[in-house]
Design a protein around this ligand. Sequence first.
Ligand SMILES: [Zn+2]
Length: 336
Amino acid sequence: MPRHFDPTLVNDRFDDPGLYVDLAFERRALLFDIGDIAGLPTRKILRISDVFVSHRHMDHFAGFDQLLRRVLGREKVIGIYGPAGSIEAIGHKLKAYTWNLLDGYDGNVSFRVTEMDAVGNMTSALFSGRESFSRQHAERRAEADGLLLKEPGIQVRATTLDHGVPVLAFALEERAQINVWRNKLEAAGLAVGPWLRDFKEAVLHGRADAFPIEVSWQAPDADTPKTLPLGQLRNEIMRVSTGRKIAYVVDCAFTRANVEKIVALAKDADTLFIEATFFEADAAIAAQRRHLTAHQAGTIARLAGVKRLVTFHYSPRYRGEGERLAEEAQLAFLGR
Ligand SMILES: [Zn+2]
């Protein structure tokens, strides 16, 4: 059961930007930007647990209604994260509909909205279907670390870029990747099973070596213990590798401040997903619209030392020339 990010762009590179990251291990998915998501099948939409919104230009946010339509009546809490004003914006979206029949549903969806302002202060509020999506208990956290999501297995960090309006860029990181040696497991007489999940959780939570893990044996008898200490299992059947990292960057001007922030955020990422809206030949228009050119995107990727570069959010004016845009970015990435 390896933990894997499986990131895929939601749309064609000329259409609304969005990155769907399946977390197979946890049977859920993260979504970065929520423009048009009609291309996502319902089963994929239903896996979404958290949505990260860079900013609220329509091509990055209009799909919230499509999500809402699919999850209505489901018992789940979905996290929404965005720049300042996100709580009010989601509140308005939810207020636009009539909710007198929510009582009749088996389950109710709730949205926990967290907004981060330009200095990193975070405010959260809950909109519960049970309460007709009225806004409940806002809480404020003053943490300048930019960590929007912090779980034992993964974390998502954000930084604020300038696009004329504040735009969030995101980095998703696995905190550690735990692999079980299957051959060593079997050689020890242990059986593969759901207990491995508890074992990994215990490791990720940093439990003590003596922490007992309930195990399954291939051939249990009177002598096989029901539990083994975490430390012993960790030494015998487990290997930890450094976690993977991906970064998602859209809609920002090629300014010194933006470049420095992106480079810090995306440092050494396995994959950088970054907008490449214009050709370098149209750099003047890019600067005016506060977008990146393909060449600039590739330059940033090189400065950040990422392993792989994926460009998207191409201007529709270049339809049919997507490969050339990608190539311009790759050449800058390789320093040519
Ligand atoms: Zn955009």
